[in-house]
Design a binder for this molecule. Structure first.
Ligand code: SF4
Length: 687
């Protein structure tokens, strides 16, 4: 072999972008990324990837990577050694805790960090700082879906595997632009539709590709999914199309639930959602008569004022029709970030230790207190939403942020930025000088996924290994080393030399992961939780029993409340938002990819020709200001017939989108109603 060939290395990794969890080999020569090579044995994707997984890696070598720790000195940041940075963090956090107690500090984890790093994030909060004030960005996207599953079936994860989505006779897809947000899952559904005659019922505000080729496309009015879902379920019960045997043997609460459905007639649903009653009758017949049904949903459901209840409504419908516990059935909230599932699973959440062990359970508390050698509180801590409020009112004084761009992605960012200004001390670990770094006192350079070892958990509860393909840039460190460094400077020597040792500690303390050991995760091997001590895992949940003490599922009664930020005379247009195929969320990674940015360099607002004419004779390419009661964004116009009249759609990589969102949250999960924005439009000359 030539020297050039000899220097080429091949390393198995897991995609850093979405929750599908595609895995593949990456070929590198030093820091150069030569190509992404998918393999047949990859469980979620086989030889498929999407454009982001294949080409979206330039950010790893971007010139603006952070390479040295930075500390604020007056109005400037200066480079310091790791020792100095960690000393400063320890001194400031200790001082604040001494003055105001442990609940004056909080730690926000990252859904891009590994499971092991998520575990250490909450361990830092709980063991070192002494607070349950820890949370992650599932608060902004997927917490309502988890709440809906906890209420009805017990586990906060997908019921089966991606292969079950493909195997189902019918896929009900609600509020998910799957083709762009979870492209490899969409490809598998497309294959099932083509080869197996899988039926697709798609409900969305936008007639995107997935909707356009559906057997039935529903376009409900914004924020009303709960109404039509409940009306369909009511009609199924009324017609005697429910799975009575399944309900009798495996489900509690039918009569209370049936009573709660009383208002949800098909006529009411037609009036409130704008979907004809005969279409909903057709949906009820298809769902109840199909041999197996999967329910898929994403942020079009969860980021609403009733995100938890609407997620619950999907699960209720699946229970009434007996669609749990068999291959090709079940509920599948499609997780957004590559490790948003794992971040909560491994305990970066204010009310649970790892594996959803409640902080209020004394026996659980005693177990962790004994393992970690300190007393631990029994009351839950603050979630992300509450942390921002507490920073605003001054009761939260310090924040440690692991790679979360909260000053751009939280709702109503004017308010969030004001809250961050009021903190006495903030630490951010990041790849780049993000918008959030502007508010920090200490900035720590973090390693990217290709630069570290660990595991990620994808949307189907699948734990997969990623392996270090190159050394971290400059003095950057993996977050597990950073967190361990902070702990050490505050007197806690954890002593981990490799993430496998962290996973061993997790497995010893967490029944859900009892058998998760690195030797079972070599190569393309993976494990779907719960994992028993002998290493047997669980690709399909609920085949024997639901995750409640009596083993029975629970139908959950629901009502409907109107959205709060509705279009009005002053703000006549509704704005929806979502992911585009080429970019990921706020774009901190993909906007640094030359190929992806070449494909999609800009941001825009989609509107119909009729809407554009009515609001000033606008044309594609014109600049407009979208003005909500909370703030404004400037974007270009893109004429599109995918949206409805008087309805706009803006991609998430539009950095200003959350200047327009309000403080309204789903009361059950505290997830902001990101999809409920009302605006007026004004033409402008440019940004
Ligand atoms: Fe990555 Fe998701 Fe694309 Fe797969 S589908 S390559 S996990 S972004």
């Amino acid at each position: 072999a030539t020297a050039r060939q000899a220097a080429t290395e091949r390393t198995k990794t897991v995609c850093t972008y979405c929750g599908v969890g595609c895995s593949f080999d990456v070929e590198t020569r030093g820091r150069e990324i030569l190509r992404i090579q998918p393999q047949y044995e990859a469980p979620a994707n086989s030889i498929s990837t999407c454009v982001k997984g294949k080409f979206g890696w330039d950010f790893v070598n971007a010139e603006d990577r952070l390479t040295r720790p930075l500390v604020r000195r007056g109005a400037r940041f200066v480079e310091v050694s790791w020792e100095e940075a960690l000393d400063e963090i320890a001194r400031r956090l200790t001082g604040i805790i001494d003055e105001d107690g442990p609940d004056a500090v909080a730690v926000i984890g990252s859904s891009k960090a590994t499971n092991e790093e998520s575990y250490l994030t909450q361990k830092l909060a709980r063991q070192v700082l002494g607070t349950h004030n820890t949370d992650n960005c599932s608060r902004y996207c997927q917490a309502p879906a988890t709440e809906g599953l906890w209420r009805t079936v017990g586990y906060g994860g997908d019921a089966g595997s991606i292969s079950d989505m493909e195997r189902a006779a019918l896929a009900l897809v609600v509020g998910s632009n799957t083709s762009e947000s979870h492209p490899v899952i969409a490809a598998r559904l497309r294959r099932a539709q083509k080869l197996n005659g899988q039926q697709h019922i798609v409900a969305d505000l936008r007639e995107h590709e997935m909707a356009a080729r559906a057997d039935v496309f529903l376009r409900p009015k914004p924020g009303t999914d709960l109404v039509w879902l409940s009306a369909v379920t009511r009609h199924i019960l009324e017609q005697g199309w429910a799975d009575d045997e399944f309900l009798a043997e495996r489900v509690n609460g039918l009569e209370d639930y049936r009573a709660s459905l009383e208002p949800f007639t098909l006529d009411y649903a037609e009036e409130r959602c704008g979907i004809p009653a005969h279409t909903l009758r057709d949906v009820a017949e298809r769902v109840s008569h199909a041999d197996s049904v999967v329910g898929l949903w994403a942020m079009g459901v969860t980021q609403h004022h009733m995100g938890s209840d609407t997620s619950t409504a999907v699960s209720n419908l699946l229970l009434v029709t007996g669609n749990y516990g068999r291959p090709g059935t079940g509920a599948y909230p499609l997780r957004g970030h590559n490790n948003v599932q794992g971040c909560s699973d491994f305990g970066t959440i204010n009310s649970f230790y790892p594996g959803y062990q409640p902080v209020e359970d004394e026996a659980v508390r005693d177990k962790f207190a004994a393992a970690w050698g300190r007393e631990l509180p029994l009351e839950p801590g603050l979630d992300n939403h509450e942390m921002v409020d507490a920073a605003y009112d001054g009761s939260l004084r310090a924040l440690v942020v692991v790679g979360e761009e909260l000053s751009l992605v939280d709702a109503n960012v004017h308010y969030v930025q004001e809250a961050l200004e009021r903190l006495d001390f903030m630490v951010v670990s990041e790849l780049f000088f993000s918008r959030t770094c502007e508010f920090a006192d200490v900035i720590l350079p973090a390693a990217a996924s290709l630069e570290k070892d660990g595991t990620f958990t994808n949307t189907e509860r699948r734990i997969q290994r990623l392996n270090r393909a190159m050394a971290p840039v400059g003095d950057a460190r993996p977050d597990w080393e950073i967190l361990q460094g902070i702990a050490a400077h505050m007197g806690h020597q954890w002593g981990f030399t490799h993430p496998s040792q962290i996973m061993d500690e997790i497995a010893d303390l967490t029944p859900l992961f009892a058998g998760v050991r690195y030797h079972r995760l070599e190569g393309y091997n993976s494990l779907q939780w719960p994992v028993a001590e002998d290493g047997s895992d669980t690709p399909l949940l609920y085949s024997e029993s639901f995750h409640f003490d009596d083993g029975r599922a629970r139908l959950y009664p629901l009502g409907f409340r109107e959205p709060q930020d509705q279009p009005s005379e002053e703000y006549p247009l509704h704005v929806n938002n979502g992911r585009s195929l080429e970019h990921f969320h706020e774009g901190n990674l993909t906007l640094r990819s030359a190929g992806l940015t070449h494909l999609v360099p800009d941001t825009w607002a989609e509107m119909t020709r009729r809407t554009a004419e009515k609001h000033g004779g606008l044309a594609t390419g014109d600049w407009v200001r979208l003005i909500s009661p909370h703030g404004e964004a400037t974007v270009r116009v893109l004429l599109s017939e995918e949206v409805a009249d008087e309805e706009l759609w803006v991609p998430m990589q539009a950095a200003e989108i959350n200047l327009m969102t309000s403080n309204v949250v789903d009361p059950d999960s505290h997830t902001p109603a990101y999809k409920e924005i009302a605006v007026r439009i004004e033409r402008t000359d440019g940004p």
